[in-house]
Ligand binder design. Structure first.
Ligand code: FAD
Length: 387
């Protein structure tokens, strides 16, 4: 995106990418339909960026979700708003968008040099290593880094840039998995039966943070939108105590008293499972989770059972590794860049995208902020170049 903004202003742009082809992560995001941005109002939209919202707000105003949608349409990929407010290209794919985009960049004169890995700074410029080990030094009037975080490293962004920046005195918070599954030591019986089964319409709470939606049970834990959205609170809990308890509310729309009233309608011959299924329509995975929390003997008392259903404790032992994460938390500290995303310590050097220390849940917020920071950094570079 930065290359496009710069080239449109008449700047000669060379993109160096360590991979054989560019935009691999964007293409992978396309496998999930390419949720490119979100349509919600500005205030709740900004709130998704948590403590980075203040710094990102002017950037997301400079390149808004509507601007991103117009940009997609200009590449022949009109977008639509899905039922959850998420925005997707009508084709539900990234491939046609990327193909049209690369063609446009070519017409604008952008040169894309593939299999060129940036390894650090030399006196006269940037050190670049080709795939055969050949090294070269590249110089430029301005440099813009958009090397990504460290999730899915085989797609290109492996976080290997961190040391070179730290050596230059730049503060970088460690890259950590975000939007990632959580590890839970399920019993074999539970994992065998419920791996790949969703917990439908549940809410998840850690501390004072609660999220809602469908969570997917996996062999080694739990994943999905509401799990990812609570990730920062889980990381904080794990950092503090090495453990973290997730409370699962299996019936978030029904108050505990109402649940208890329904549970009082138990028939004498009902087993625990039949009781739960008949009075509350709990499915086998939900009932399995209750047993997983308290052992085979579920409480018979309706009030105790209702309390358990509203807050099933699940012990989280860790997160899945960063190479399985959708995005990274951590990165270059906001204090290191000015409002044009130029590094204060390295004038003429700009950064954009997941390299910066912000995080957001899934829902199109990641790509929106990556694109917006690309636009802002490119405009910063234009100003630096006196254009
Ligand atoms: C499976 C998956 C699905 C996703 N789905 C969505 C979604 O639907 N919606 C959404 O908003 N977000 C989604 N994301 C997140 C989104 O793709 C990223 O947030 C976004 O791509 C980050 O953009 P970026 O430009 O900062 O980094 P990247 O897209 O990672 O690009 C970094 C580039 O830098 C190159 N590079 C890295 N190091 C070097 C080096 N040393 N030298 C040269 N080149 C280098 C890489 O090869 C790569 O081309 C998804 C991510 C994953 C993994």
């Amino acid at each position: 995106m930065a290359a496009e903004v710069l080239a449109r202003a008449g700047v000669s742009v060379t993109v160096l990418d360590r991979m054989p082809s560019p935009a691999r992560k964007l293409l992978l995001a396309g496998h999930g339909g390419l949720n490119i941005t979100h349509s919600e109002d500005r205030e709740p939209f900004l709130a998704r960026y948590g403590s980075s919202a203040d710094r990102l707000a002017p950037m997301l105003a400079m390149f808004t979700p509507d601007d991103l949608r117009a940009w997609c349409a200009s590449l022949g990929e009109p977008t639509f708003v899905g039922s959850s407010g998420r925005v997707f290209p009508e084709s539900f794919r990234a491939t046609p968008l990327v193909r049209a985009w690369l063609a446009r960049l070519g017409e604008l004169g952008v040169r894309i040099e593939r299999r060129q890995r940036w390894t650090g700074w030399a006196d006269e410029g940037l050190e670049v290593e080709a795939v055969d080990g050949t090294r070269a030094v590249v110089s430029a009037d301005a440099t813009l880094f958009a090397l990504g975080g460290a999730s899915w490293p085989r797609l290109g962004s492996d976080g290997s840039w961190v040391d070179a920046f730290v050596d230059r005195g730049v503060t970088v918070s460690p890259l950590r998995p975000a939007n990632v599954g959580l590890r839970v030591a399920w019993t074999d019986v539970f994992a065998d039966r419920f791996e790949g089964v969703p917990l439908k319409s549940v809410s998840l709470t850690v501390g004072d943070v609660t999220t809602r939606g469908d969570a997917m049970l996996t062999r080694t834990g739990i994943e999905g939108g509401p799990v990812y959205a609570i990730g920062a609170a889980v990381r904080a809990g794990l950092d503090a105590d090495g453990r973290c308890t997730l409370l699962v509310d299996l019936r978030p729309t029904v108050p505990a008293d109402d649940l208890a009233d329904r549970l009082r309608r138990r028939r004498p011959k009902d087993s625990s499972s039949t009781w739960m299924r008949r009075t509350l329509a709990l499915d086998p995975a939900a009932i399995g989770l209750l047993r997983e929390a308290v052992g085979r003997d579920l409480p018979d008392d309706p009030d105790a059972m209702a309390a358990l259903i509203k807050a099933v404790p699940v012990e989280v032992t860790g997160t899945m590794p960063i190479d399985r994460a959708i995005s990274s938390a951590g990165g270059i500290a906001w204090s290191e860049v000015d409002e044009s995303l130029m590094l204060r310590r390295l004038p003429g050097t700009f950064v954009a995208g997941e390299m910066l220390d912000w995080e957001a849940p899934t829902g199109g917020y990641l790509l929106q902020a990556s694109f917006a920071t690309g636009v802002v950094a490119a405009r910063g570079a234009l100003a630096w170049l006196g254009r």
